[in-house]
Design a protein around this ligand. Structure first.
Ligand code: B12
Length: 226
């Protein structure tokens, strides 16, 4: 069946399936088909993310190996190459706050962090992205220099929770009062309130759009972290 004759729901399911099956060519074709019918760019990205989640589940069940995770990352990178300019033009925002962002020590997952950065930038935030495998000291040094409104820690591995905790403790212990009291937000699809309590951060999210809203609320003082 041609992808053009599918209903919107069929197309969504098909895209999720093709990502989870690691079918690069089909994924890119489906993305282009949905762009051609003016589908919402964020919805396209969300479906690819859902496919990545399924890849993770297959990896856990040992149906995929590390090469599967690498392939999934590569497919998503290619999708984002197509989607980024479309998302950039579809968003707008008045200038708002600054956020210091990075993936914590020992963790090199950056797809989600990069998505968040793209959205935050689109909504008017200035994002200082420190990259991946960022040590607690590096977060502290940059926070002392930049005095951001928010500090965002990204991490997907269970072992990242200790890096997050170390980072939060170091920031909170800073003699610079502004840095010590800067709201710290965690992001990553495996997080929950228990992890947030363990880490000692102010808030946590598992998707980028909620992350953007959270950051906006922190700036306007509408959340416990604000
Ligand atoms: C792709 C992938 C990889 C790629 C990453 C490529 C890259 N450049 O990022 C590669 C191949 C490098 C990789 C490596 C590994 N991976 Co991996 N990986 C994945 C996979 C399939 C997808 C991750 C992803 O990109 N998701 C999509 C993004 C969009 O989601 P996200 O990151 O959560 O981000 C969203 C939100 O959380 C939020 N967000 C993200 N950051 C932030 C920050 C802030 C401040 C805010 C507000 C919001 C926010 O916005 C994003 C958009 O909505 C996951 C499966 C899964 N369920 O996540 C496994 C997974 C994370 N990996 C896993 C593992 C085990 C590994 C390895 C240890 C494998 C190995 N044996 O070597 C290594 C670790 C390397 C390291 N030191 O970091 C496990 C982790 C298990 C655990 N509990 O610790 C998972 C869960 C797979 C699984 N189910 O077993 N991986």
């Amino acid at each position: 069946m041609s992808t053009n004759s599918c209903t919107p729901l069929d197309q969504r399911i098909k895209l999720i399936e093709q990502v989870s099956d690691l079918h690069e060519k089909e994924v890119l074709e489906l993305v282009q088909t949905r762009i051609a019918i003016n589908d919402n760019p964020l919805a396209i990205v969300e479906d690819c993310q859902e496919g990545l989640r399924l890849v993770g589940e297959r990896y856990e069940r040992r149906e995929y190996f590390l090469s599967g995770l690498i392939m999934a990352g590569e497919i998503f990178r290619e999708v984002m190459e197509i989607m980024t300019p479309l998302i950039e033009v579809s968003l707008y925002g008045s200038v708002s706050g600054t956020i210091l962002l990075g993936t914590v020590k020992g963790d090199i997952h950056d797809i989600g962090k990069n998505n968040l950065k793209l959205l935050l930038t689109g909504y008017g935030f200035t994002v200082h992205d420190l990259g991946v495998d960022v040590s607690p000291v590096e977060f502290l040094n940059q926070a002392l220099m930049l005095h951001p409104d928010i500090i965002g820690l990204s991490g997907l591995l269970t072992s990242s929770y200790d890096s997050m905790r170390e980072t939060v403790q170091l920031l909170h212990a800073s003699p610079d009062r502004i840095v010590a009291s800067t709201p710290i937000v965690l992001g990553g699809n495996q997080l929950n309130q228990q992890v947030c309590n363990y880490v000692g951060a102010d808030a946590w999210v598992t998707d980028a759009m909620t992350g953007v809203r959270l950051c906006q609320n922190i700036l306007t003082g509408n959340t416990p972290a604000g």
